[in-house]
Design a protein around this ligand. Structure first.
Ligand SMILES: [Cu+2]
Length: 137
């Protein structure tokens, strides 16, 4: 019995550390002078066999970070917050200009080309995942 408990304890950190999402190509565009907000993009893939829900995002580079998408409202393109962001098993969501984006409200400082930063995704399971972004021109 004791051996089983030890084995479970040994494997537990590995399970907790497993990244919920496969994230590639994290990037953001350099800030236009005078703008306070920014947007970041990445490709998110759910490699697991159950739906993952991102409930909120924490950011050290902006006051607020949210998942947004653009939707057409009549003739007008609007942004709306996606909360939670649900990603089905096997689903790939490509964040890109005009579509899904990580909205960064109130940047602490302008995003400059070649800077890197991270955001932390929080899941309804309690898991967290840090995602890296590179600022491009
Ligand atoms: Cu937005």
């Amino acid at each position: 019995m004791f051996k089983i408990i030890v084995a479970v304890m040994f494997f537990l950190p590995a399970i907790v550390a497993a990244e919920p999402l496969k994230v590639t190509d994290g990037w953001a565009r350099a800030s236009i002078p005078g703008t306070e907000n920014g947007a970041a993009y990445a490709t998110l893939e759910n490699p697991h066999n159950k739906t993952l829900n991102v409930t909120h995002i924490s950011s050290q580079i902006s006051q607020v970070a949210e998942v947004h998408r653009h939707v057409m409202s009549g003739e007008v393109m609007k942004m709306e917050a996606v909360k939670p962001l649900s990603i089905a098993p096997g689903e790939v969501i490509k964040f890109q200009p005009g579509g899904y984006h990580f909205m960064l409200f109130g940047l602490v400082s302008p995003l400059q080309e070649k800077d890197t930063f991270s955001l932390v995704l929080h899941f309804d399971s309690g898991a967290k995942q840090e995602v890296q972004f590179l600022v491009k021109q």
